[in-house]
Ligand binder design. Sequence first.
Ligand code: AMP
Ligand code: FE
Ligand code: FE
Ligand code: ZN
Length: 288
Amino acid sequence: MNAPALSSVDLHCHSTASDGLRTPAELVAYAAERRLTVIGLCDHDSTNGVAEAVDTGARLGVEVIPGVELSSEIEGLQAHILGYFIDPASESLQGEFAWMNATRQARIQLICANLNAAGIPIDTADVLALSDGGTVGRPHVARVLVANGYAESVSDAFTRYLTRGKPGYAHSEKITPEGAIAAIERAGGVAVLAHPWSTKNPRAAVERLAPVGLTGVECYYGEYEPPVQRDLVSLAHAFGLLTTGGSDYHGEGVKTVDLGGVLVPPETVDRLRTAANAVRAQSGMAQV
Ligand code: AMP
Ligand code: FE
Ligand code: FE
Ligand code: ZN
């Protein structure tokens, strides 16, 4: 008799629809190879990879949760908001993506101009070509810097040139976390605070966002040691929020954790789905 199928759930990964290295189909094929049963595809400010990923998943036996990661900020620090079980075609989300991506294009021009002024002659066209119509961001600049010998790796390029205070940094207008949560809810999904320590003050972020619809906290994350993860679980519980986690996989060599390197139990998916269905019931949307 066959053993019951084990569930392996990774709720946070990226494809070429944003700054991942694998196409949505390649990502799902890799998930199948890694014996994952559920992945959350959470590209930055885009759902363009979702349909291809869901289709591939249906063929390969991987459930793909339609997701997104919205690039919001609190006081200039990344406060990324993950959305799960969203309708990828949502007009509300697509409206946000349109201005966010226009702003991103302008920011890339500025970053390249700043680098050029600092004596690093990289070409905006090369950066845009690398993003290939997906959400363009600093990781694409980093890859062009590496390809042209100005940095040894993507993370080296960030450290030398692309983080705040460095010559290639440029700020741009971002969606507020409240705006991100509202857009996710209008798309029938639930919002989770990604890698909470990027805000440098997870408690303040959760205190601010729990009253406006935040549903969960990404407690399990590759860069967080177990005690940090436990503190985040306590924080989530104190506010009655769900605990989630994921690898934030972008491709080989981008982060330390491989796809499936951070797993959550299947109950997490059930809880997110139940919460999304409650949001959906309120606005008469189909259940997921
Ligand atoms: P952007 O959206 O253009 O501001 O770029 C943010 C993305 O860059 C994040 O989603 C990460 O994928 C990546 N990133 C941010 N900081 C670093 C870093 N220090 N090293 C490598 N990748 C980074
Ligand atoms: Fe990224
Ligand atoms: Fe993020
Ligand atoms: Zn991410």
